[in-house]
Design a protein around this ligand. Sequence first.
Ligand SMILES: [Zn+2]
Length: 472
Amino acid sequence: MTLRFYDSATAAVRDFVPLKEGRVSLYYCGATVQGEPHIGHVRSALAFDQLTRWLQTSGLDVTVVRNVTDIDDKILVKAAENNEPWWALAYRFEQAFEDAYDALGILKPTYEPRATGHIPEMHALVAQLIERGHAYPAPDNSGDVYFDVRSWAKYGSLTHQNIDDMQAAADADPRGKRDPRDFALWKGFKEGEPETARWESPWGAGRPGWHLECSAMVTKYLGTEFDIHGGGLDLRFPHHENEMAQSQAAGHGFASFWMHNGMVTYLGEKMSKSIGNTINPREMLEIARPLVVRYYLGQAHYRSVLDYRPGSLTEAAAAVERIETFMHAALAKLFPGGDFGLVAKLPDAFRAAMDDDLNIPAALAVLHDTVRAGNTALAARDDAGTLLALQGVMGMTDALGINPTEAQWQRGGDATAETAALDVLVNAQLAARAQARKEKNWAESDRIRDTLAAAGIDIADSADGSIWSLKK
Ligand SMILES: [Zn+2]
């Protein structure tokens, strides 16, 4: 096994060697639950789901922690606008995220801590930073505590920035700060804020800063040193830069690798509600099956920009159908009683592509080549060739979490239920047509074909029977 990943901190692809043999600790930043999930959130979770699955497929035992930021300025602002308790709003959107993740088959993390459940751990980290001379309570009695960026020489090293060129931290009143880039570890309680968003601390009542939350949670569950810290590219600065600074300033080794997924755009432009060029996971799931949405969001290299265009989901659906049609035809041919006894296999070229910083476009090319070879073998009635292709396709789709025969993609969703119902009805028509043909009743056979065609159903006849599909 020679896994190689791109590490944002060193800006290089290098060999991945877990800190503990055979085990991987992975933390990736989850949502600040202040609204519905957008496509960027889901792409990020999917990228780390693909990473997790590949590490597991490589024989590693993976511990995954993904946090929920359930206390934050934005949550308080939105809740006030809605005239709703902030904790109710946060929980409502946390469920919306869970639903979106579940719909796309994103594996549950090993643990999903909420920020509000880790205030004592955050206090301990702040106290440590003050003691080491890297943090200070604001002199204005606001209750704020700031990280002193000038006290930490490596500040800026994750994003390769010079401190003097960096943006000011816009997270608190700059008057109490030694440097405008100093960021809030603890935010003092202000008049008019909800009492439920207030925790006592040695520096005054208040609530935690966002960056501090992740550092405290990752350390609690994965230790002071762990293998991979991930998140969307938009989190690199200031969030991850600040996480790394405060944790390393506290004496923690922190992450060995930093992995960031690329953004999602719409026809080359950043999605924005004001421009109206947005599409969210809910809307995607209204026009495509969950398996198709997963395939679409997971097909690009995780570090590249994924550009959504109208038609993207139709193309993804066609790709999924090619895989699905082959698997169903091959399974029906080779295992008429079910897929019992089938051993999934991974082609070497697929493994090599995935080992190389998760090169999913190259891996998918191997998958589609195998499907083509499988179809050729099926047509040539070459059972050995069909079986080999089927095992490969099964192994590759399992590794990517897109195996169409998995129960995940059969249950739930009206579209799936409708497709299943349609399959039963059309297959009954096809059986009647096969019987008519056997009896040389060509009029009846043609009548059935015409009825199906009028309903928008195409039939492809082969020596092994007929396969139906919806007309494009
Ligand atoms: Zn985070």
